[in-house]
Design a protein around this ligand. Sequence first.
Ligand SMILES: Nc1nc2c(ncn2[C@@H]2O[C@H](COP(=O)(O)OP(=O)(O)O)[C@@H](O)[C@H]2O)c(=O)[nH]1
Ligand SMILES: [Mg+2]
Length: 283
Amino acid sequence: MTIQWFPGHMAKAKREVQEKLKLIDIVFELVDARIPMSSRNPMIDEILVNKPRIVLLNKADMADEEITKQWIAFFQNQHIKALAIDSQAGTGVKQIVAAAKEMLKPKFEKMAAKGIKNPRAMRALIVGIPNVGKSTLINRLAGKHIAKTGDKPGVTKAQQWIKVGKEMELLDTPGILWPKFEDEEVGLKLATTGAIKDTILNLQDVAVYALNFLKQHYPERLKERYSLVEIPEDIVALFDEIGKRRGCLMSGGLVDYDKVAELVLREIRTEKLGRLSFEKPNE
Ligand SMILES: Nc1nc2c(ncn2[C@@H]2O[C@H](COP(=O)(O)OP(=O)(O)O)[C@@H](O)[C@H]2O)c(=O)[nH]1
Ligand SMILES: [Mg+2]
């Protein structure tokens, strides 16, 4: 993430999303399935007001399947439709149009009742924090590569609609929202999953958080990956063990803690420790 969210930026982003809301029937709120709460905008309900919405738990391929199911039930309990998807591979993406159609049925039936013969396509907007996969999903829905993906900011151009089959049109520029930065744990989770740049938070702090989390929630995976018989109680000892086993050393043979931090975070983000979820509902 290249942008720092100051209050002025946040207000501007909110206004921009609200402008776009006027044009559309439904919002697809993209969140990271590994951290569905921390990757949400804390003011999303206020921003969307009563706009029909579907929460899309993206990157579900990287998340703990069982916990993703719990999240879907959690949203369902709040009468919010939620779907698990993998925009990169396309898994689950087909459900989106069908679910939107179902949700907007009353609105379009009303239009039909008013005598509108050829109802227009549903109009949708994707919103989400940076790096959550907005561009990837737009490309996936469009079926060809239109939106830019990756770290570079997209080229600004006039607002355009992308056709998604015959029944839906998507605004080509997604609504960019900000995560909740003030909360330290939220920041650590966003950093662990790679949603925010490694330069924003101290790398070792993030790795300490991630290793403590793995120790508590996925101890067997941690042991297996780093060939540990026991997980040391002391976090420094854990860094030492991993560093020695994986050759993260400085000249002179001392463990290089920055290298260990980098290694661990890289391996978490590339699924070397398997599919991980960093949040459960009702925690
Ligand atoms: N594994 C996985 N990676 C994804 C998925 N969706 C997006 N990505 C990756 O996440 C990164 C950010 O995606 P991008 O679409 O640029 O995010 P944006 O900033 O919200 O537009 C890219 O490296 C994508 O390849 C997904 O469902 N699964
Ligand atoms: Mg993008």
